[in-house]
Design a protein around this ligand. Structure first.
Ligand code: AMP
Ligand code: MG
Length: 415
């Protein structure tokens, strides 16, 4: 079999994507600043310490039904019991149940001492103070036990966990109104390029609209990051240098797009070498070969490629997990699933491809996936029409229809 043509952009010194992610993650430290936050404002924040419960939930044994609380063994002697009181949610029966007695109980009502079961009201008939039971319950029937949801002392949230709406409910259920979270991450952002114009203005020949910055800004917003957006900075040494210095004073990290490919990289490289410590990496990744990472005096630097697809893919695959770590979050593993290519996918060996795909579940239950048209690094619509990435291994060549591939469905960040 002839060897497939190798990717023209591949070279032996390209860094594999996995190695780039590992290097990034081991190069950054989580923020140390912690603040107390009301649980009502805490959605999306990162928990800074293990949170344990100081109570049992529920606090006491209680009823799962509207009915009568009794001691199950009593109904072995007789099918009727004497009604001596009631226990409603929030208004318990104060007293001890004696042999031959029962009380009226509502859902959530505390089970009195001496009772061990609840019979639902549909299985009883009341005759004044005498309650007739149609069935004998088992001990424990329709009882919700103290601590069966959360035990006293149990850890409910781990350090590094991002708080969801349900987590807020859990915190409230154990009586917590304030939670210690990491300070919100501050990220500065700008686009570089003389050709970039804001949408809403007319383009002259050679100009394009700046689409990277709005997308990145929205993604950072969604991640719960505080964004400092400097707009577009021209390909001008002094202006770029001023922008880098300003951002380094204001933010924990700086993200730029454009100006990292050969030729244009020189300004950025030169400035960054003066100001900090920078590595320009060539990644064995398609799209997204050029990528820069480094340290400014007070902040981390991420230089994304200018091509919109490359910018987005490198941001999503490399920068998101790294920012999560800096923000104190335990980076979440993304879901990867096996799928069948429904059509041929073009691929040259040499780099790991993150092709944009659309997947669906076929009638036989198998996941199928197709590409979303042209895969060039400038084709933003290929990402917009996709619902997943198709991950094609570095050394793989063309994929034929029917072959197995791995997909990564978009997580909530891209949806
Ligand atoms: P560069 O990395 O600066 O050489 O840019 C590579 C390609 O991406 C060029 O075609 C740029 O015009 C384009 N590009 C750079 N920045 C942006 C941006 N913010 N929005 C859209 N396209 C961009
Ligand atoms: Mg440029």
């Amino acid at each position: 079999m002839p060897t497939p043509p190798v990717d023209q952009c591949s070279a032996p010194d390209l860094m594999p994507v996995e190695q780039a992610i590992d290097t990034l993650l081991s190069s950054v430290e989580p923020l140390s600043a912690i603040e107390s936050c009301s649980v009502f404002q805490a959605q999306g924040r990162i928990v800074a310490e293990t949170v344990s419960s100081a109570i049992n939930v529920p606090l006491a044994n209680n009823s799962a039904m509207d009915g009568y609380a009794l001691k199950a063994a009593d109904l072995k002697q007789s099918s009727s019991l004497l009604l001596v009181g009631s226990s409603f949610a929030g208004r318990p029966f104060d007293g001890q149940l004696q042999a031959g007695q029962c009380i009226r109980i509502m859902t959530g009502g505390v089970l009195p001492a001496g009772a061990d079961a609840v019979v639902m009201q549909e299985n009883c008939t009341a005759n004044g103070d005498t309650i007739e039971f149609l069935q004998a319950p088992r001990s424990g029937e329709n009882v919700r036990y103290a601590g069966e949801d959360i035990r006293l002392g149990q850890a409910v949230l781990a350090q590094g966990h991002k708080l969801s709406a349900v987590d807020i409910g859990m915190l409230c259920s154990i009586g917590i109104s304030q939670v210690n979270v990491y300070r919100r991450l501050k990220v500065a952002l700008f686009s570089t390029g003389d050709e970039l114009k804001p949408p809403g203005t007319a383009l002259r020949p050679g100009e394009i609209y700046d689409s990277n910055r709005p997308t990145l800004h929205c993604l950072l917003d969604k991640m719960g990051v505080e964004v400092i957006d400097l707009g577009v900075i021209a390909d001008h040494k002094d202006q770029l240098r001023d922008a880098f210095l300003h951002c380094d004073q204001q933010a924990d990290a700086l993200i730029t797009s454009g100006g990292v490919s050969v030729g244009e990289a020189d300004y950025t490289k030169e400035i960054l070498q003066q100001l900090g410590k920078i590595g320009f990496w060539k990644l064995a990744m398609k799209p997204g070969k050029p990528f820069a990472f480094g340290y400014l005096p007070n902040s981390y630097f991420f230089g994304l490629p200018g091509n919109p697809v490359s910018a987005l893919v490198t941001f999503y695959q490399l920068v998101v997990p790294t920012l999560q770590k800096i923000a104190g979050m335990t980076p979440l593993a993304r879901t990867r699933l096996p799928a069948i290519a429904s059509e041929e996918l073009r691929k040259r060996p040499g780099r790991s491809d993150f092709q944009r795909g659309h997947y669906w579940v076929a009638a036989n239950g198998q996941i199928q996936v197709r590409g979303t048209g042209k895969q060039g690094s400038g084709i933003l619509s290929s990402i917009a029409q996709a619902n997943c990435f198709i991950l094609l291994e570095q050394q793989r060549g063309d994929v034929l229809a029917g072959e197995n591939v791995v997909i990564e469905p978009y997580d909530e960040l891209l949806r």
